[in-house]
Write a protein that binds this ligand. Structure first.
Ligand code: FAD
Length: 298
């Protein structure tokens, strides 16, 4: 596979279900503003602590498809579900014509007893594919390794199992060092993982978000990135501008090097998606080859 092959990279967005009525209205307003950016798809996250997937993730994903005619991907994490729960979700998605799922194990909370039907994301992927072949499945991957993995080899080995179980594409954890992504991509190819690997990019636009990433994200923060956080920590406008410029720089490099797609962690903010789109959309417009577009199934 040639990295510089001339094929179109996808541009997609991630949003999350907000916790209050006011912020739900804010999300719907953001989605309205994202519509004319024509993303290839919008994915909606879920939470293992969330009581009802139907009233949050599925509701928002349905809204995206019906009100904005943009294909949506429902994140489905199964560590705390049994087969009956998953059957209900799949039935509901089928009825709502949502045929794109990001199949996850999800984060584990030691204080909550977990189910045994789906120990790993691969178990869920295989189950969904058996339930209905026509679901298109995305799976998560980690260019710098999943925190629970003993080593990169084990991580890539289990990633290949997810693809063998039926994952049609992979979406990465956020990263700030493109070289680590390229190394990961190469390891995947060597391991025979031949599905598109979509790069997850998070523009860092405020101090709170920057502090959270430093505290929790299990990823390397390049010197150039840390210098931005350091220098503009107390200048919100400069931090936002520099954070956006950093993400744009990553995207320009990734698309130029032939990445399959960019998945933008928008944090539900349409202005972020628009700024990135305005700065980069011409790069996404080259010819299409070999790529299955995600679609709203009929
Ligand atoms: P898995 O693929 O099951 O992997 C978990 C760990 O187990 C890894 O270390 C893996 O190497 C190992 N493993 C896998 N299979 C096996 C096996 N057969 N035997 C032994 N070990 C194995 N979390 C949410 O709660 N909600 C979301 O909406 C959400 N969206 C995400 C979107 C993306 C793009 C990404 C990258 C992550 C997302 N997450 C989300 C986080 C994710 O749920 C956590 O990282 C979780 O800890 C792992 O989920 P997974 O599906 O990657 O797990």
């Amino acid at each position: 596979m040639n990295l510089l092959e001339n094929k179109k990279a996808s541009l997609s967005f991630e949003v999350f279900p907000p916790s209050s009525k006011a912020t739900i209205d804010g999300l719907y307003s953001s989605l309205q503003q994202m519509e004319d950016l024509r993303p290839d798809f919008i994915s909606v996250t879920c939470s293992n602590r969330q009581l009802s997937l139907e009233d949050s993730t599925v509701k928002i994903a349905t809204h995206i498809q019906t009100h904005h005619q943009v294909p949506s991907i429902v994140h489905l994490s199964a560590a705390y579900l049994n087969k009956g729960d998953v059957d209900q979700v799949l039935e509901s998605l089928h009825q709502k014509k949502i045929h794109n799922i990001l199949a996850l194990r999800g984060d584990l909370y030691p204080e909550i007893p977990r189910g045994t039907d789906f120990l790993y994301a691969g178990d869920l992927i295989a189950y969904i594919k058996e339930w209905d072949q026509s679901f298109s499945i995305s799976a998560a991957c980690y260019p710098e390794g999943h925190p629970e993995s003993a080593n990169t080899i084990a991580d890539i080995y289990h990633l290949r199992e997810k693809v063998q179980a039926g994952a049609d594409q992979l979406i990465t954890q956020l990263f700030f060092d493109n070289d680590l992504f390229y190394q990961f991509q190469e390891k995947c190819w060597l391991a025979g993982i031949d599905v598109p690997i979509i790069a997850g990019i998070m523009p860092v636009v405020n101090k709170r978000q920057a502090e959270r990433i430093i505290r929790t994200a299990n990823v390397q923060l390049p010197k150039k990135f840390l210098a931005i956080l350091d220098k503009y920590a107390d200048n919100p406008i400069a931090l936002r501008d520099a954070g956006l410029a950093y993400a744009i720089d990553q995207i320009v490099d990734l698309v130029t090097q032939g990445v399959s797609g960019i998945h933008l962690y928008t944090m539900n903010q349409a202005e972020i998606a628009r700024s990135i789109y305005n700065a980069t959309h011409s790069l996404f417009a080259s010819t299409v080859e070999n790529q299955q577009p995600i679609s709203i199934s009929s």
